[in-house]
Design a protein around this ligand. Structure first.
Ligand code: TXA
Ligand code: MG
Length: 335
């Protein structure tokens, strides 16, 4: 494994060359995005895509997001109606994934789309990543670069800790500013549906389409919030995901002995003074800051050796919806 940075023009050039060569050889490359680090492979090469699942230890093949440098290249793989094009125009590059009908002539491997006739497409924000995608010239399939069922990585060191030698090249562009995965919106058959809350709040999507999102698909057919997640065992039963080693206790009114505390906006519930460790996701009460720190906070509190992580009640509006979704998975019963 090689770690490549982006410090100056010469380093960036070497990084792009190394990343593109590895992708072309069917190897895995960890790429920074504004949401989380992605574990990337050539989306048109089924064996390279399979290596992603293998490295993650993923329990099943769920569809992966294909990453492109711009809308023009995305349109070679998916069919964009006016609504999809408006959303891409408003939010790309950025933390939005659009699920649209797959073009029959798209060379994206079936394993990457799990055999569906739709495809998830996204244009990530970091300039270095778009430069790599542009130079490579093919879509890059990339789930979050963590082992299956573990917290998503928001720093290059997290990727190294999770995946080590499975990855040929790690592109280190620092911490991911958004910190939760992209919002996934399906624009299919005239409907616009939220498949996963994420880095762009529902309200911003609705402002662009000029109407409320259509109802989420029924639970039985719903896409999991993350491709690592096995299908729910029963309706309403969240499967465990984003799971730290410690138990996670939500809506905690106090910190119990032996617990670490995840708090927000300066809240100090009873017992805070004896907490094993404390992280305030955003002392200023800013949900975007809280989202960007969520996964690193889970890791840090987990490392404290606490028996459980108590989480104070958090707002559920705006980005709070994605945070609640991730925390709900972290707290769900473990398989
Ligand atoms: O922010 C992100 O989206 C990150 C970065 C690396 O881009 N990626 C990410 O990928 O979160 P992953 O594999 O952890 O989650 C991909 C999600 C899964 O829920 C998958 O089922 C859904 O995208 N998805 C992909 N293609 C789809 C399709 N054709 N139809 C429905 N869902 C799809
Ligand atoms: Mg993931």
């Amino acid at each position: 494994m090689e770690i490549h940075g982006v410090a100056d023009a010469e380093t960036r050039e070497r990084t792009i060359t190394a990343a593109v060569a590895a992708l072309a050889a069917g190897e895995l490359v960890a790429l920074p995005t504004e949401t989380v680090y992605g574990l990337g492979a050539d989306a048109t090469d089924g064996r390279a895509v399979a290596a992603i699942y293998a490295a993650k230890g993923r329990p099943r093949f769920n569809p992966l997001i294909a990453h492109l440098p711009d809308l023009e290249s995305a349109e070679r793989h998916g069919i964009f109606d006016p609504v999809a094009r408006a959303l891409a125009g408003a939010f790309w590059p950025g933390p939005l994934t659009l699920v649209v009908p797959k073009r029959p002539e798209s060379p994206i491997a079936d394993l990457a789309t799990a055999g569906l006739d739709s495809v998830g497409l996204r244009v990530p924000a970091p300039e270095i990543t778009r430069a790599i995608l542009a130079r490579f010239g093919r879509p890059v399939a990339a789930p979050s670069a963590n082992r299956s069922g573990r917290v998503s990585p928001t720093r290059a060191s997290d990727v190294v800790e999770e995946l080590g030698e499975a990855v040929s090249v790690v592109v280190d562009a620092g911490a991911c500013p958004v910190g939760v995965e992209s919002t996934i919106v399906a624009v299919l058959d005239g409907t616009v549906r939220l498949l996963r809350p994420g880095g762009i709040a529902r309200e911003r999507i609705e402002a662009v389409i000029g109407r409320p999102l259509d109802a989420a698909p029924p639970a039985a057919t719903r896409v999991e919030a993350d491709a690592d997640t096995p299908a729910p065992l029963a309706p309403g039963l969240l499967t465990s995901h984003y799971a730290p080693r410690a138990a996670v206790r939500l809506d905690a009114a106090q910190a119990l002995p032996g617990e670490a505390l995840m708090t927000f906006a300066g809240a100090r519930p009873p017992g805070a003074e004896r907490a094993v460790a404390i992280v305030d996701l955003s002392p200023a009460g800013d949900l975007a800051e809280a989202a960007s720190r969520l996964f690193s906070a889970l890791r840090e509190l987990d490392r404290s050796g606490a028996v459980a992580i108590a989480v104070v009640p958090l707002p559920t509006t705006g980005l709070g919806e994605a945070i609640a979704d991730r925390l709900g998975r972290a707290a769900a019963p473990r398989p």
